[in-house]
Design a protein around this ligand. Structure first.
Ligand SMILES: [Zn+2]
Length: 423
């Protein structure tokens, strides 16, 4: 069914088990240990690392000069000092949470955007680009060898790491093989960046009522996928048989995994059925009306917006201000690598310029809101007890020098090439 034999699958489960244990030992366990210690001992010299500069502390954030003390990758103490007491004025910022990606199409960086409408312009067409099963993306993914898939995703993971991203949530197509390839790519990259994988069954577009044997295969595939992935990422409620979709949702919930779904990207027709599934995360909601946004807010379902992607595919701009009005927790995704580079700085520039959203709210959208949405509360802000997922930005770069309001400078102007180092 999946092309993997039993021993491949056992080996894969071992990799996941090991990776999960490593992750937990780096995060939750250390978190508990660190906060349950009696005091923090002698500060001086007792920590692994100290990072000094202008710290973007907390979720709002508070900008303070001082030191961040780190041990076992956990922030042990944040010491506030007078600016004259520290040499470095570089900015210490939490790394980004990229709440929605598809890195499987990394090898398709220059797709045609659509048919030529005029000699000088294309007619953008979302469906011909990405709609399953016949959109360009899916044909391309089917043509990739496993090695090509793994090595290209490895390079996207590297790129995201260098762009200051600490967690990315990927909609991984191609069933168990696709998820297995991403796990392998992440292992090969060997970077301190955490994937949340939303796998996608290959067989779920079949008509369950007409083929019970295939339906049985589908349930096997779903069960195996839920073993190895963090959850299921559904391409859209209109793409999937209603019965199958209900099964996907109930099995995902009962396994305590996450259900995420694209909704309202091209029009409103798939929003209501998506909301009915009680997903953990909605993607896009570009055409959502106020009532639908209120339902999302009341049900505490976060929304990942992908503004640059929506611009490339020509579907319109998401009503981000209405989302905030309704009380939705909004986070940010860079979406398909084939459409945009996985660069959260660029997303922030666009969001700031298009909507005029305040710097503080945009900061939360790119960091702690994403961590909350993905269940990664071990990171997403610089706070004692959290994982030290930070980037240090060069306050003296040509781009950032003369900035008087560092939060505004970070949101509206900073770029990946301002990063001096990743902590
Ligand atoms: Zn997407």
């Amino acid at each position: 069914m999946s092309g993997l034999n039993n021993s491949d699958f056992v080996r894969l489960l071992e990799i996941i088990d090991r990776t999960e244990k490593e992750r937990r030992s780096e995060t939750a366990d250390h978190f508990l240990r660190s906060v349950s210690q009696d005091g923090y001992g002698d500060y001086a010299g007792s920590y692994d690392r100290v990072v000094s500069g202008l710290i973007f502390a907390g979720t709002e954030p508070d900008l303070i000069y001082g030191n961040v003390y780190i041990e076992d990758d956990i922030i042990q103490e944040i010491e506030e000092l007078n600016s004259s007491q520290i040499k470095s004025k570089n900015w210490i910022v939490p790394r980004f949470i990229n709440a929605h990606t598809h890195i499987g199409d990394t090898l398709l960086k220059d797709p045609p955007l659509g048919p030529e409408m005029k000699p000088y312009a294309y007619k953008r067409d979302l469906d011909s680009l990405v709609k399953p099963p016949n959109g360009l993306k899916h044909k391309f993914l089917n043509s990739l060898s496993t090695d090509e898939a793994i090595s290209s995703m490895e390079s996207a993971i590297w790129e995201m790491y260098q762009n200051g991203i600490s967690v990315f949530a990927d909609f991984r197509e191609r069933g168990i093989e696709g998820t297995a390839a991403l796990i392998e790519a992440h292992k090969n990259a060997g970077r301190d960046i955490h994937p949340v994988i939303f796998g996608r069954p290959t067989l779920y577009s079949l008509n369950a009522g007409s083929d019970l044997t295939s339906s049985h295969s589908f349930l096997d595939e779903l069960r195996d996928l839920l073993e190895i992935a963090g959850g299921i990422g559904v391409s859209g409620a209109n793409d999937v048989d209603e019965y199958i979709l209900a099964k996907v949702a109930s099995k995902t919930h009962s396994k305590r995994k996450r259900l995420a779904i694209h909704a309202g990207e091209k029009d409103r027709s798939d929003i209501e059925p998506a909301l009915a599934l009680d997903p953990d995360l909605l993607i896009h909601m570009t055409h959502a009306n106020e009532a639908e946004l209120k339902t999302a807010a009341d049900s505490e379902i976060p929304i990942a917006v992908c503004v640059r992607s929506n611009l490339v595919t020509g579907v319109g701009l998401p009503p981000v201000l209405n989302m905030l009005d309704a009380g939705v927790s909004v986070c940010i995704g860079t979406d398909n690598v084939m459409l945009n580079s996985p660069d959260m700085f660029e997303e922030l520039h666009f969001l700031s310029k298009i909507y005029g959203i305040t710097d503080t709210v945009l900061f939360k959208m790119a960091t702690s809101n994403g961590a909350d949405a993905l269940g990664c509360r071990f990171t997403g802000s610089i706070e004692v007890g959290k994982k030290a997922d930070m980037m240090v930005l060069n306050a003296k770069s040509l781009n950032l020098k003369h900035v008087k309001d560092p939060l505004a400078g970070f949101i509206r102007r900073a770029r990946a090439d301002d990063i001096l180092g990743i902590v």
